[in-house]
Design a binder for this molecule. Sequence first.
Ligand code: NAD
Length: 420
Amino acid sequence: MSLQTLDKEQLNVFQRTQQVIGVALKNLGYGQEMQELLKEPLRLLTVRIPVRMDNGSVKVFTGYRAQHNDAVGPTKGGIRFHPEVTEEEVKALSIWMSIKCGITGLPYGGGKGGIQCDPRSMSFRELERLSRGYVRAISQLVGPTKDIPAPDVFTNSQVMAWMMDEYSRIREFDSPGFITGKPLVLGGSAGRESSTAKGVTIVMREAANMAGISIEGARVIIQGFGNAGSFLAKFLYDAGAKVVGISDAYGALYDADGLEIYDLLDKRDSFGTVTNLFNNRITNRELLVQECDILVPAAIENQITEENASSIKARILVEAANGPTTLKATEILTQRGVLIVPDVLASAGGVIVSYFEWVQNNQGYYWSEEEVEEKLEKILISSFSNVYRTAEQKGIDMRLSAYMVGLRRMAEAVKWRGWV
Ligand code: NAD
C-alpha cells in the first residue's frame, strides 16, 4: 500500500503522522491492534505552571509531556518553548522521536514536551522560574530510566542546566542522566550542540552521492538560522558548498553567488535572527522556490505544501526541521524525482548524540569530540542506507520507508512483551 490513496492536505501534523503509521504497520504485516496502540502516545500529561513574573504578578503557563511508547526502553525527546505549542503537536513530535530512535537503533521510545510561552518576551530569571516549575510539575513522570528530556525550539543548554538542577534537588542526588543537551561542565557531551547539523551534513552527503551531486560547489538553501540551520550553514560553507539562501522568522536572504556565512553568523542573535539587519530581504515563501541543488527546511512545520511543491527547484530535499512537508507535497516531489531525506532520518543527529551523552553520564566516563563524531557517522550512514534500500526495494517513497524501518523494532518489542 502507498500513501497515494490518502486525503493528505487537510490533515494536521498529528493526523498526518497517524496516517503514515497506519500504512507503514500494514505494510509490515501488523493488524489493527498494533495500529491502535502505536497511533497515540501511551501517556500525555498536561500541566499548569504558575510563574512569579519580574513585576510581581503571577502568570500561569500550560505545558505538556507526551510519552509515545516505552516497549523498547525509556522515552526520550526535547522540550519546546513556543507560543504555538499544542497538545497535538507534542503528541506528533513524541511519535517522530520513536521513529527516529527506531531508525537509528537507539534503546529508547519517543517522548516530547512543550510549554506555551514566548521566551523572546521573558527575562532570564522568568525563564529560569518557568523551567524549574515545569520540572516540578512533570517530575513524577520523568527520570534517567523513565523519560529523558532534551532541548528543542527555543530551549538551550542553560534551560537544560536549570532543569537538571531542579530535578537533582527534588531527588536529592546529582542526576546528570535526567536530561541531555547540558553544558559540558554539567555532564554534557562533546559535539552535542552541533550534532543535529552534523547529522544533517552526513545524510545530505549520502543523498548527494546517490543523486550524483558533489557537496563541494553545490548550491544550498537553508530555511531557519537557529541551532540546526546556522551550524549547518557553517559546516556546508566549510565543506565548499555554496550557501545561496538562508532565512529566519522575519524573512530571507538569497544570493546566487553564495552568502557570506561567517558574517551572518557573527551578526545573528541567540534566537537565530539576522535578516532584520538587511534591506534586500525576500520572504520565506519566495526563498523556498529559488534556484538551488539542495533545499533544507530547518525552521518550522508545514512549509512545503501542495501549493509550492511543483515550484521547488532543488533535486534533494533534506528535512532538518520536524514536519516541514505535507503528504501531498511528498507525493508531488517524489513523482518529480526529488530525493527526500525525511525529518525522522535527517534530524536524528541530535538524539543520537543525546544518547551518547546519557551513556557517558551513566558510565561517568567522557569521550572526545572525534569519538562522538565517528560513532555518529557510523550510525547515520547505516540508517540512511537502510531507509534508502527499503524505499528502492519496495518501490515506496522515502518517508514511508523511514516509518517502516523506524516502527519495526518497536512493534516487535510490543509483541515480545505481550501487549498486542
Ligand atoms: P531554533 O529555535 O534554534 O531556530 C529556529 C529558526 O527558525 C530561527 O532562525 C527562527 O528565526 C526560524 N523561524 C521561526 N519561525 C519561523 C517562521 N515562521 N518562518 C521561518 N523561519 C522561522 O530551533 P532549532 O533547534 O534550530 O530547530 C529548528 C527545527 O529543527 C525544528 O523543527 C526542530 O524541531 C528541528 N530539530 C532541532 C533539533 C536540535 O537539536 N536543535 C533536533 C531535531 C530537530
